[in-house]
Design a protein around this ligand. Structure first.
Ligand code: ADP
Ligand code: MG
Ligand code: ZN
Length: 636
């Protein structure tokens, strides 16, 4: 959506530039004042002076406009002049005769006025006509370009090919052409199940009509970006072998008012002709926002939305038109869209779980050449929270890395490396840390790892590194859950806060100083503690009271407090207390394991990246400094 918005703005600017260029060009071509031998201007006194100096040859007095046209010099020096400020001088004729100047008088003839009209025509009407023409052409171009998938916009080259482009700009691709079936969608079994009925309906609408069963006009695919909503919609068309019309909500927000509604009308007209078919509206939230909710109420969007509602109510669904729409912000949609007979069926498309991630990795891995002993399970385990698109990207990054390394097959290392590229940001080779900085970062990361390793619950450490990432992190400690679980206990949450405090605690303990390196830890710990208090009911002070409201659970953009001012103050106090508790916990754990902290930090500083196994080997080695919990008991 942002992309299209940008495109539109760019093309508007381009349009304005072209418009100006045309105006200037035409005016300079036709305007008489700019012509090559345009007459110079002279004041009346200058003119008289020139007459007195015998410089003037030929004078034409225009009795209509009172303008004097005259020439001076001859041959190459010949110049034409005009003087428009004739003050009505009675002595002029006498003076001209005295100096032997030839003169004549004219009344502006009808000939001249028609040439004036011609000039007006050329310099004003023509450019405006051209501008309108250019605008129309550009607009058409723009619509075509935005109907396409490519991010680039070509003004010169044609955008042909790729299915028929209707007036609406909706892409028409035959069902067979989407080439996508449910086999291409890994995981998402529940979504596929819900959509199977729609497929069967599209394959044989009559069977449903005979019984009198009504299928929903539309279904809403709801889920975070990259989870395969578009893919699923295409797969429905592919499975049922029906045409697939797709359009993105952002395309509707057109340059000229009234266009969006016309587009919708068009789209459904086309769909009606090709039924049974799928109409897919991506990013429906861009047009389907609750009306009157946004600050700058957009008439255009409302018109488009109203047209969409009208069309959905109007079409005869015995013909087999199913409208699918996708969004990651279901809560901003206008309730009118969700009424029965419209998008009354909601199909959640969630982030994949461990099994789902493995299936998606396997599917995409089948497209690239890999070494025999690849363990996709490890990759799936280390990518909780990744979307299908992220996983597809990981496989592709791994393949790219293999090519860069001059190999013909993807290795396990390629995959593990690309997990970090995609999930944690690429290794930043250009950031060179000083030895002292490396030392501080080493202690910081080992601090996290030791606190993590001494918790009763909590995921084991998989990898520790002090190689900077493009994400800005100077190092990181990666923990991987043994089994995926969806519930976090209060103990686990408190442990997590202690682990997050472990980095800063190590810096304080060893160097007796603080660095900015803990900023991200602090942010995460604070957010977790705040959620424990306001959402999970995990504080003794407040108990089971919801004190905040999650803004959008898909966009993960935090929550808004819904409590009194005084309560907010108390929440802050409790949050500070919880973090301080974690901080003290981390400090005492590290104090109890001071020797292991030194040994491991030195080891990490030397190796830069160590595995969880290496870490545990050193940490648990019984050399008189066995790992200790903060209470002094022996751990693990
Ligand atoms: P969305 O529309 O939900 O943002 P897309 O359907 O555009 O996501 O998915 C983007 C890409 O991610 C797909 O083209 C596909 O390569 C990959 N992908 C996402 N989910 C899956 C899945 N469940 N199975 C296979 N590939 C997937
Ligand atoms: Mg999509
Ligand atoms: Zn840290």
């Amino acid at each position: 959506m942002e992309m299209n918005e940008k495109k539109r703005r760019q093309s508007m600017i381009l349009y304005a530039i072209i418009a100006c260029a045309i105006l200037i060009a035409i005016n300079s071509l036709f305007s008489p004042s700019r012509a090559a031998n345009a007459p110079k201007e002279a004041s009346y006194s200058e003119f008289i002076q020139m007459v007195n100096d015998n410089k003037v040859d030929d004078v034409i007095l225009d009795t209509t406009s009172g303008e004097i046209q005259f020439t001076t010099g001859d041959g190459d020096n010949k110049e034409s002049w005009t003087c428009t400020q004739f003050p009505g001088d009675d002595t002029l004729v006498q003076r001209l005769e005295d100096h032997g100047v030839t003169y004549s008088a004219v009344t502006q003839s009808s000939d001249d006025s028609s040439s004036l009209i011609f000039y007006m025509l050329l310099s004003y009407v023509l450019p405006i006509g051209l501008l309108l023409l250019a605008g129309w052409w550009l607009n058409r171009r723009l619509k075509k370009a935005m109907g396409g998938d490519g991010p680039s916009m070509t003004f010169g080259g044609g955008m042909g090919g790729m299915g028929g482009l209707g007036k609406s700009g909706a892409k028409v691709v035959n069902g067979e052409e989407t080439g996508v079936t449910f086999k291409d969608v890994a995981g998402q079994d529940e979504a596929k199940e819900s959509l199977a009925e729609i497929v069967s309906f599209l394959e044989n609408p009559n069977r449903y009509a005979q019984i009198g069963a009504k299928l929903p006009h539309g279904a809403l695919l709801v889920g975070p970006p990259g989870t395969g909503k578009t893919l699923l919609a295409k797969a429905v068309a592919g499975e049922a072998q029906v045409p697939f019309f797709s359009i993105s909500g952002s395309e509707f927000v057109e340059m000229f008012v009234g266009r969006g509604a016309a587009k919708v009308r068009d789209l459904f007209k086309q769909a009606n002709e090709k039924a049974p078919c799928i109409v897919f509206i991506d990013e429906i939230d861009t047009i389907g926002k609750k009306r009157g909710m946004s600050i700058n109420s957009n008439d255009e969007r409302e018109q488009t939305l109203n047209q969409l509602l009208t069309e959905m109510d109007g079409f005869d669904n015995h013909k087999g038109i199913v409208v699918l729409a996708a969004t990651n912000q279901p809560d901003v949609l206008d309730p009118a869209l969700l009424r029965p007979g419209r998008f009354d069926r909601r199909i959640p498309v969630e982030l994949p779980d461990l099994a789902g991630r493995k299936a998606i990795l396997k599917l995409h891995a089948s497209d690239v050449k890999m070494e025999g002993h690849i363990d996709l399970d490890v990759i799936a385990r280390s990518t909780p929270g990744a979307s299908g698109a992220d996983l597809a990207n990981i496989i592709n990054e791994a393949a790219l890395r293999a090519v860069r390394m001059g190999r013909s097959r993807v290795t396990q290392e390629d995959l593990e490396e690309s997990v970090e590229v995609v999930i944690a940001g690429e290794k930043r080779k250009s950031t060179v840390l000083s030895e002292h900085e490396k030392q501080v970062v080493s202690y910081h990361e080992i601090g996290h790892a030791i606190v993590a390793a001494t918790r009763k619950e909590g995921a084991p450490v998989q990898k520790i590194t002090i190689v900077p990432r493009t994400s800005g992190a100077l190092g990181y400690t990666m923990q991987v859950e043994e089994d995926e679980h969806f519930l976090t206990t209060r103990q686990e949450a408190e442990d997590k806060i202690a682990v997050l405090c472990g980095g800063r605690a190590a810096e304080e303990l060893i160097f007796n100083e603080m660095t900015t390196g803990a900023a991200n830890d602090i942010e995460k710990a604070t957010e977790l503690a705040r959620n424990m208090v306001t959402q999970y009911g995990m504080s003794d002070e407040f108990g089971m009271v919801a004190l905040g409201q999650v803004r959008n659970r898909y966009l993960n953009d935090g929550s808004t407090l819904t409590c009194a001012e005084g309560t907010a103050q108390k929440i802050d106090d409790v949050v500070i207390e919880m973090i301080e508790k974690g901080h003290q916990e981390a400090l005492s754990t590290l104090k109890a394991n001071r020797f292991k902290l030194h040994e491991l930090a030195r080891y990490l500083q030397k190796k830069e990246t160590i595995t969880g196994q290496e870490f545990m080997d050193i940490f648990t080695r019984d050399d008189g400094f066995a790992p200790r919990r903060s209470d002094g008991s022996t751990a693990k």
